[in-house]
Ligand binder design. Structure first.
Ligand code: TRP
Length: 376
């Protein structure tokens, strides 16, 4: 019996552990992106455990709900690239590229569209909530509606095994898995089954905005950006939503839904206490005191400010360096996009073979057709 999937191959070479992930360039990246995925990507990159890492700036996907604002997308390509590099993504280890520069992704999308039903797309929870958020109900752009299929192309074009991303991307990876399953069962083993890699900490899964609202978003003005100056970060932390019933210092305070503590859960390590607040050994002790009463919000916010500034400062410094040579950043993206095109073209070649639309490469086809018409 044939061993299924024991060795995955692309164009004759063996594949290993492969990462693909990315972000829409609709704004600078914020600390929610950082704890949700970016920090992890850098760790995975430096772990040496992955054979290939592809990080994509999803401009084509950004255009699915910003069709009338291409300038916004264009401006934010470089912002996202700067954020990536300043967080430690390294172009010698990870391929950074721009989605629209890989036309093979569009062709894959066209073929995958035959494998997905309209009702399945309508049930995609992320698409559902985005349609609501954007008031698209009566006039959903087709391109927006089908972006989960295009996302399946992004992932499968690189034969990714692993997609490090936030919880909101779960339905996308699930939909991709269904497409892979369907494709492979109809056309034969061709595509790699990907898996999402979620943050391991609940606070990182969905970091709230500074106003305590579920999601950080530019339009709500509740984000702390990776590139914010120290004073902006401090002001935002000082204005953070805490426990509205914690009025006097001596009152007992609530931790649940308290944004300052959620951020501490996402960022704080025991060594931060040694450095900035040695009265407590760790976050549990601090939480216990807050819950008992007798600890004011301002003190906790100041501590969070120390923790966050320590994490963001090196990122800010690297960004300032990188900003001095913008043409070099475009060059990195250009080279990455060329490399991405090559890999995607190889997958597309295999997909075309599997789908029997490789007429001119198939000597057997031409021979058998000749035979058939000779007999007629
Ligand atoms: N949907 C992602 C976002 O909103 C961006 C994205 C596009 C992506 N294609 C992807 C993420 C493939 C992971 C894998 O930011």
């Amino acid at each position: 019996m044939r061993m299924l999937c024991a060795v995955r191959r692309l164009g004759g070479s063996t594949l290993g552990k492969i990462i693909l992930t990315g972000d829409r360039p609709t704004g600078r990246l914020h600390v929610g992106h950082y704890v949700g995925s970016l920090r992890r990507r850098v760790e995975l990159q430096n772990s040496g455990e992955y054979d290939k890492i592809y990080i994509m700036i999803a401009d084509a996907q950004a255009l699915t709900d910003n069709a009338d604002n291409p300038e916004k997308v264009r401006q934010n390509i470089i912002e996202v690239a700067l954020d990536y590099l300043s967080c430690g993504l390294d172009p010698s280890k990870s391929t950074l590229f721009i989605q629209s520069q890989v036309p093979q992704l569009c062709e894959l999308t066209t073929y995958y569209m035959n494998l997905v039903t309209v009702s399945r797309l309508q049930r995609n929870p992320t698409v559902k909530s985005e349609i609501q958020m954007r008031n698209f109900e009566a006039s959903i752009p087709v391109g927006f509606f089908t972006y989960p299929i295009s996302q399946a192309s992004d992932i499968t074009a690189f034969q990714a095994t692993t997609v490090p991303a936030g919880e909101d991307q779960m339905p996308m990876v699930e939909q991709t898995r269904e497409i892979v399953h369907k494709f492979n069962s109809v056309y034969g083993e061709t595509l790699t089954m990907p898996q999402i890699l979620l943050p391991d900490n609940q606070a990182c899964m969905r970091l709230p905005g500074i106003d305590g609202k579920a999601k950080m978003s530019k339009s709500l003005g509740n984000c702390i950006y990776l590139s914010d100056e120290p004073e902006e970060v401090r002001k935002k932390i000082m204005s953070m939503y805490t426990d509205p019933d914690h009025i006097r210092v001596q009152d007992p305070g609530k931790i649940e839904g308290n944004t300052v503590f959620t951020y501490l859960d996402a960022f704080c390590k025991p060594e931060h206490f040694e450095r900035y607040w040695p009265e407590y050994a760790n976050l549990d002790e601090l939480k216990a005191h807050y819950q008992r009463g007798g600890l004011g919000d301002v003190k906790v916010k100041k501590f969070l400010n120390n923790v966050l500034q320590e994490e963001l400062e090196p990122i800010r410094q690297r960004r300032k360096e990188l900003q001095k040579d913008i043409p070099a950043i475009y060059e990195i993206l250009k080279e990455g996009s060329a490399k991405a095109r090559e890999v995607a073209a190889q997958t597309l070649h295999d997909v075309r073979d599997a789908m029997k639309i490789n007429y001119f490469d198939d000597v057997d086809l031409i021979a058998s057709q000749s035979e058939k018409f000779r007999q007629d």
